[in-house]
Design a binder for this molecule. Structure first.
Ligand SMILES: *Cc1c(COP(=O)(O)O)cnc(C)c1O
Length: 789
């Protein structure tokens, strides 16, 4: 794109002031590096329910941004230009529609409940060689994602592919006006995002709006009621039913949904008069980025998503966010099919690499090597991935943040394997996108301006210490809270710089806390005095502390009759500054105790108001945990503390939340046993029939509670339920896989996951405990892996 700000104002109906800057790209996230990656960016400031990015205008202008789209007047730095509109998303949609109208290539729109990104990538793979095409990055398919992805078009592509995703009625209408697809592909239909629709028919009806002006339509009649509805509504346009195309044999693509996706791709190629695709196998498209521990204390970010300039920019952004104080290495392969000349392409890559602060580039492939001179950082080049694996100096990656970004043919998964820390086959997978989703769910419950503390005590409820904290820092949460000083020190060592509260601050660790800028919870006059002493000793003053009040839980904190003495002591202790006053509701998740909880909230209001009134500066008051955010909006005060909800559980089952953790392992041995034998210690697993068992390397020392043995819990093997047979051992256990076809050693086993029946709420019921206990029991020897789109 290439607009002057004044033109943008005219297109979107906004008011233009200041300097008429040129705009070639759009940035909506102030933390994004892309404003430096793209040239001539326009920063879009928005006001959301809980977020207002107008405060970042000055900072963005200091970073060199000259053009702004804003929803309210902000102080105008010299030599910048502004377009003022009522609603920025609306304005971006109009701008994108305007830009799209000038695009001469063919536009493909993909919609459906599942499989949009998979089909988009698959289609891109099957396009005729040499064609310049564009596809929206990852799953940019929302009301904001679609206009942003349209505005990323260069303009001279032959084909552009976009995804359209909706969650409520009326949304597709808006997306259709932007995308105006010539060709529409419908994927599967299911009950994802069903909350805001009356029924499936209404949702299908809404999705069909995308094809309103399309000349070619592809669908699969397997997916009813969508199939029948498309065939009837668009009969005049002779839509292509993918079911009529040859099925790929089951021996090539095992999964039925993938075989239907293959037919959809075949139908698309036929509709476009492209050569028929030759499916050697289902593309296994890892859409997500994986973060794990690498060798020699490095962190490895493996982004196996397709390699093009847009996805490289997104991945470099992520590297920037995760690396914090580590040095950055990029392992990059040649980039194919960019539609640019190599000089131009690698010139741009070199600029991105430099601006992302990468100081070591490992290039793989002959073309990158030929352009080595463009890169100013330390660098080395290999002809192939295998050569790199054989020759790379493992010491050179020590302690670094390493981004692996390779085109599919370069098989970077082998390199990822070589650089990963050898680990136990059992891993706890943490879905960072689900966590962001949960965070946003709870943010939407907060009134405007309410701050948020994220509880990351006990290694983020077992999800892992640093990566979760890094995500929350990136998401702009106001405070993190840990239980003990050591947990806070670890976060500081990893580069977390935001405020961190220590809940169980004991006097022995006060010096260490001050040295690491950790803020204590103070719960007694004794702890107040001891801390003030430590502050003086460290040569500090007005050090932030958090005062804990006891409103009924009777764990830690000042009682009502101690508030007078507390206020007096605070007045006499200028070494500290009270940042917040808080209490904890111990029954917020129990409706039968609501009268008690209301009284507790009222007591907190009174006690905290007295403390606040006694201080000559404002303080933050807070008492709500996750359950209280869901149930007691009146308890929000100035800030809330989000724990369990972040990890995907409500005070009772809540389908709007997404559990973040999945515990996986692999089968190490399969045995066929006769009836009458018994399995495991004490011969507790008596076999009443001929049985096939699988041994899995996870036991009670890994956090698999021993009470789950003897059939009380079932794991998932190839999607089927496999009960635990006999007693759970320290490091392993046996499961019954009788009748599950084709299971062999090395196959994956899911111990718990968000899947209904295999989930932690169910496991907690079996164990007569709460999800908190199970999550925090997964032992430290189980490696954590973080996944992100
Ligand atoms: C752990 C904790 C929370 C979070 O509670 P959830 O129920 O997990 O939301 C809030 N406040 C305090 C003081 C805590 O210790």
């Amino acid at each position: 794109m290439n607009y002057k700000l004044s033109e943008i104002a005219a297109v979107v109906g906004g008011k233009f002031t200041g300097c008429d800057a040129e705009v070639r790209s759009v940035v909506t996230d102030s933390r994004s590096l892309s404003c430096e990656l793209g040239c001539c960016p326009m920063f879009v400031a928005m006001r959301g329910a809980n977020h207002d990015s107008h405060g970042f205008v000055a900072q963005m202008s200091a970073r060199g941004v000259r053009a702004f789209l804003v929803e309210r007047d902000v102080e105008c730095p010299a030599d910048c230009g502004f377009v003022r509109v009522d609603n920025a998303i609306d304005a971006l949609q109009r701008l994108a529609a305007h830009y799209r109208a000038q695009f001469r290539g063919t536009v493909v729109g993909i919609t459906g409940s599942n499989g949009k990104t998979v089909i988009k990538e698959w289609i891109a793979e099957e396009l005729p060689a040499g064609m310049k095409y564009y596809r929206s990055p990852k799953s940019y398919n929302s009301q904001l994602g679609v206009p942003l992805s349209v505005l990323m078009l260069e303009g001279d592509e032959e084909l552009a592919i976009f995804e359209a995703g909706i969650s409520k009625p009326g949304e597709m209408e808006r997306l259709e006006r932007i995308i105006r697809p010539d060709v529409v592909v419908f994927t599967s239909i299911g009950d994802a995002h069903q909350e805001n629709f009356l029924n499936l028919e209404q949702k299908c009806d809404e999705k069909m709006v995308l094809a309103r002006n399309a000349s070619k339509i592809v669908y699969h009649s397997y997916y009813e009621p969508l199939g029948g509805m498309v065939a009837a509504r668009f009969a005049d346009r002779k839509p292509f039913d993918a079911a009529a195309f040859p099925e790929v044999p089951e021996s090539v693509i095992g999964n039925a949904a993938s075989r239907r996706n293959a037919q959809i791709v075949e139908a698309f190629c036929a509709a476009m008069h492209y050569p028929a695709p030759s499916f050697a196998s289902a593309p296994t498209l890892p859409m997500r980025l994986e973060v794990k521990e690498g060798i020699n204390d490095s962190i490895l970010i493996n982004d196996a998503y397709n390699l093009d300039l847009n996805s490289l920019a997104l991945a470099l952004d992520y590297l920037h966010g995760v690396a914090l104080n580590r040095r950055r290495t990029l392992v990059l392969s040649d980039i194919s099919q960019s539609g640019l000349s190599d000089d131009e392409l690698y010139g741009r890559v070199a600029g991105m690499v430099a601006r992302a602060g990468v100081d070591f580039l490992i290039g793989i492939g002959p073309r990158l090597k030929r352009h080595a001179g463009l890169f100013g950082c330390d660098k080395e080049f290999y002809a192939s991935t295998d050569e790199c694996i054989a020759r790379i100096d493992r010491r050179a990656v020590a302690g670094r943040a390493i981004l692996l970004k390779g085109a599919r043919d370069f098989r970077f998964e082998k390199l990822a394997h070589a650089l990963a820390r050898r680990s136990h086959t059992t891993v706890l997978e943490v879905d960072l996108d689900a966590m962001t989703h949960n965070l946003n769910f709870f943010r939407s419950k907060l009134s405007f301006g309410t701050k948020l503390v994220a509880m990351v005590k006990a290694g983020s409820y077992g999800a892992g210490d640093f990566e979760v904290a890094q995500l929350l820092q990136h998401q702009g949460v106001d405070y993190l809270a840990v239980a003990f000083a050591d947990e806070g020190v670890l976060l500081r060592e990893r580069g977390i710089s935001m405020p961190v509260v220590v809940l169980n601050a004991d006097a022995d660790s006060f010096d260490q806390m001050i040295a690491n800028r950790l803020e204590p919870e103070i719960y007694s006059l004794h702890s107040l005095r001891a801390f003030a002493g430590a502050v003086v000793h460290a040569g500090e003053s007005r050090y932030p502390i958090h005062i804990k009040l006891d409103t009924g839980m009777h764990r830690l904190g000042f009682m009502d009759d101690e508030v007078g003495a507390l206020c007096k002591a605070l007045a006499e202790t200028p070494q500290v500054k009270v940042a917040s006053v808080f209490s904890h509701l111990n029954c917020a998740d129990m409706p039968e105790e609501d009268a008690y909880t209301r009284a507790q909230i009222a007591l907190f209001d009174r006690m905290s108001a007295r403390v606040a009134a006694s201080l000559p500066y404002p303080v933050i008051r807070h008492t709500a945990n996750s359950a209280a955010i869901e149930r007691f909006p009146e308890a929000q005060f100035d800030m809330c503390r989000l724990g369990l909800g972040l990890y995907g559980f409500g005070y009772r089952h809540n389908g709007m939340l997404r559990p973040v953790s999945t515990l996986r392992t692999r089968i190490v041995q399969v045995k066929h046993l006769p009836a009458g034998d018994a399995v495991g210690y004490g011969r507790a697993g008596k076999l009443t029939r001929e049985t096939t068992t699988a041994t899995i390397p996870i036991g009670y020392a890994d956090g698999l509670d021993r009470h789950l043995g003897c059939g009380r819990w079932s794991v998932l093997v190839a999607g089927s339920s496999a009960p635990i047979v006999g007693r759970i051992c320290m490091d392993s256990c046996m499961v019954d896989i009788t009748g599950i076809p084709g299971v062999k050693e090395g196959d994956e086993v899911v111990v718990f996951s968000p899947e209904p029946g295999n989930d932690l709420e169910t496991m907690a019921r079996v164990l007569d405990t709460i999800p908190y206990e199970i999550m925090t029991s997964v032992s430290g020897r189980v490696k954590r892996i973080y996944l992100k789109e």
